[in-house]
Ligand binder design. Structure first.
Ligand code: THU
Length: 165
C-alpha cells in the first residue's frame, strides 16, 4: 500500500502587492455584488473574468423562487464569457461577496464585503475547469476585506476532478 498526497500552494496577498490589472478585476467583482439578485439568500456574490484579449466579463448570482433554477456569480460570468467570446481563453477570475442579510431591508448597499474570502462551489469549479482544460490555467483571486488569496489554477481547487467520458 502506498499513501499518496496532493498539496496545493496559494498566496495570501496584501492590497499593495496586487497589480493594477488585478485591482481592476477585483473592483469589477466587487461592483457586481451590487448587481446580484439574491432576495432568498441575501448573499450577494460578484465574479469578474480577465479574458485572453484583456477584456473583462463579469457576473453576479441570480436567484429564483424555484431555488435550484438560480445561478452562482462564477458560472454566470464564465458562461457569459464563453457565449460572448467563443474560443477565447480566460486568464483570471476574481470573486467577492457581501452578506446583505446582515443589514435591514433598504440598507443592503451598506453591507460590507466578507472579511475572509469565499471560495467557489463545486459546480462552479467543475464548470470553470472545462475552460481551463481547453485554454490553459485560470488564476483564482478570492477577495476578502482582511485577506485576499490567489490560487494558480482552478485545478488546484479541484483535484481529482471528473474530466471526460
Ligand atoms: N453563491 C455564488 O454565487 N457563488 C459562490 O461561490 C457561493 C454561493 C451564491 C449562490 C446563492 O445565490 C447564494 O450565493 C447563497 O448560496
Amino acid at each position: 500500500m502506498k499513501e499518496n498526497k496532493i498539496e496545493i500552494t496559494y498566496k495570501s496577498v496584501a492590497p499593495e502587492e496586487l497589480s493594477v490589472d488585478d485591482r481592476e478585476l477585483i473592483s469589477k467583482a466587487k461592483e457586481m455584488t451590487y448587481r446580484s439578485y439574491a432576495p432568498y439568500s441575501r448573499f450577494h456574490v460578484g465574479a469578474a473574468i480577465r479574458m485572453a484579449d484583456g477584456s473583462i466579463v463579469a457576473g453576479s448570482n441570480q436567484e429564483n423562487a424555484a431555488y435550484p433554477s438560480g445561478i452562482c456569480a462564477e458560472r454566470n460570468a464564465c458562461w457569459q464569457a464563453s457565449a460572448l467570446n467563443p474560443g477565447m481563453g480566460m486568464k483570471k477570475i476574481a470573486i467577492a461577496a457581501r452578506n446583505v442579510g446582515e443589514m435591514p431591508k433598504g440598507k443592503e448597499d451598506e453591507a460590507k464585503f466578507q472579511s475572509s474570502p469565499i471560495s467557489p462551489c463545486g459546480a462552479c469549479r467543475q464548470a470553470l475547469l472545462e475552460y481551463e482544460h481547453l485554454y490553459g490555467p485560470i488564476e483564482v483571486i478570492l477577495f476578502g476585506a482582511d485577506n485576499t488569496y490567489v490560487f494558480p489554477s482552478i485545478s488546484s481547487l479541484l483535484p481529482f476532478s471528473f474530466t471526460e467520458f
